[in-house]
Design a protein. Structure first.
Lengths: 110, 115
């Protein structure tokens, strides 16, 4: 069945470091791909999305590219800030369902 | 801004109690969802609804029921709470059909403890 695998956390980085959070998926057909972010004490919010191969989603300095050949949707940011500390969820959807990864907790040290 | 409001941030209940978790959205969204979030398991879909008075089972509906009498309100009901239902519960809503359904807006969550 369909699934999403993302790197285990927590990930701890210093401010201004480069961030990559890996996400790979297994799915039939052509799913849409998402990154959601959950800040402390809040619900999830959509960070970015991509709906077809080679699409790049971007928002708030974060980027992810839909790579069908490697079935991946890795999240990247060039220079992280303390305010980026949160839990990040990769997800895929087809018409009838959405599947979330288990989440990766990110800590940014000042 | 879309607002999804969950009635309680924290709840403590006893085993066997009937528990109601309420969720209200203010953007006239057709779709509403209930998830539970557990460490190491991520989000799991309990129930969802595409319209008033309709409901569909998600991945883990056992022990839960839902009610959607009005478009803006979606209630999750634990008929007889058990300790394994201690969790964070997240409500979400989304507009539209098909692919747009999964661009979701979440509430802040209700942390339920069943003693």
């Amino acid at each position: 069945g369909d699934s999403v695998t993302q790197m285990e956390g927590p990930v701890t980085l210093s401010e201004e470091a480069f961030l990559t959070i890996n996400c790979t998926y297994t799915a039939t057909g052509y799913p849409s791909l998402f990154w959601y972010v959950q800040y402390p004490g809040e619900g999830l919010q959509l960070l970015l999305k991509a709906t077809k191969a080679d699409d790049k989603g971007s928002n708030k300095g974060f980027e992810a590219t839909y790579r069908k050949e490697t079935t991946s949707f890795h999240l990247e940011k060039g220079s992280v800030q303390v305010s980026d500390s949160a839990v990040y969820f990769c997800a895929l959807s087809r018409d009838d369902k959405i599947i979330f990864g288990k989440g990766t907790r990110l800590h940014i040290l000042p | 801004d879309v607002k999804v409001t969950q009635s309680s941030r924290y709840l403590v209940k006893r085993t066997g109690e009937k528990v109601f978790l309420e969720c209200v959205q203010d953007m006239d969204h057709e779709n509403m969802f209930w998830y539970r979030q557990d460490p190491g398991l991520g989000l799991r879909l309990i129930y969802f609804s595409y319209d008033v008075k309709m409901k569909e089972k998600g991945d883990i509906p056992e022990g839960y029921s839902v009610s959607r009498e009005k478009k803006e309100r979606f209630s999750l009901i634990l008929e007889s709470a058990s300790t394994n239902q201690t969790s964070m519960y997240l409500c979400a809503s989304s507009p539209g059909a098909s692919g747009g359904r999964w661009i979701q807006y979440f509430g802040a969550g209700t942390r339920l403890s069943v003693l």
